[in-house]
Design a protein around this ligand. Structure first.
Ligand SMILES: N[C@@H](CCC(=O)N[C@@H](CS)C(=O)NCC(=O)O)C(=O)O
Length: 242
């Protein structure tokens, strides 16, 4: 069985879970403890970041590389179109979501977590013992540490403007590129989870997020689209129907 080594609340891990679900592939989730657990990730994959996919003796790190591996493992339904123009659009949106949007969303969430200890506590992995939890939730960062600067005004305005364009695109077509679901949709939907947590994040986090973004009127249809997409994929998940 495929194994996904992950942090539950990582957007890159969510992107891979959505890709696995959309292809109907069964997988086992292996929750990595930030810090100490990453030693095992390093031993396994030669680098310390999650997600890492293990398929027998194949070990693949990096959400984009994993999604391409899955595309070969289970070609249908295709998440990367064959047609060159659509393919280029999907790859550009995936790259934008994984870099520019990811950096801005993480910085925005870090800012929100610094301002809100309850949010910080809810972000810690479930197996963190409560005394450690109290200390960790008193510190800024946690698993978000190392993200760099908090969100600047310009970066926030630029993210907001891109997200409004995305919301308009989704309102018009239901998907980002062409007329079927692609890796562009999964990459954007996954990063949106840092701005407003999806139902799969659990009751402590679902619906919570970055003030001013998660409740922004122009973005409500985008977050609804993301929640519906996730609900559809979870229904298709073979593990979820057991
Ligand atoms: N480009 C990588 C980024 C993965 C990434 O940033 N992973 C974060 C979790 S969201 C991580 O493992 N952070 C821990 C660290 O950097 O030590 C991908 O697409 O998978």
């Amino acid at each position: 069985m495929l194994e996904l080594h992950q942090f539950r609340h990582s957007a890159f891990c969510l992107k891979v879970r959505m890709a696995l679900q959309s292809k109907g592939l069964s997988f086992r989730e292996v929750e990595v403890t930030p810090g100490i657990g990453q030693i095992a990730v390093f031993r396994l994959s030669g680098q310390r970041q999650v997600p890492v996919l293990v398929d027998g003796d194949q070990v693949v790190a990096d959400s984009s590389a994993i999604c391409r591996y899955l595309e070969t493992l289970e070609p249908a339904p295709a998440l990367i179109p064959d047609e060159p123009r659509l393919r280029a659009q999907v790859e550009l949106i995936e790259d934008w979501a994984d870099t520019t949007l990811a950096a801005a969303a993480r910085a925005a969430l870090l800012q929100a977590a610094v301002d809100d200890p309850l949010l910080r506590d809810a972000l810690l992995p479930d197996d963190v013992p409560s005394p450690v939890r109290q200390v960790m939730s008193g510190l800024p960062g946690g698993w978000l540490s190392g993200v760099g600067d908090l969100l600047g005004q310009e970066q926030r305005a630029s993210m907001l403007s891109s997200l409004c364009s995305m919301a308009d695109a989704i309102d018009a077509a239901g998907v980002m590129v062409g007329d079927v679901l692609s890796l562009a949709d999964l990459s954007v939907a996954a990063q949106l989870s840092l701005l407003r947590f999806p139902p799969s994040a659990g009751s402590a986090l679902a619906g919570r997020g970055v003030p001013g973004i998660s409740d922004h009127p122009r973005l409500q249809s985008l977050f609804q689209w993301r929640d519906q997409l996730e609900a559809r994929l979870i229904q298709q998940d073979p593990a979820a129907t057991v």
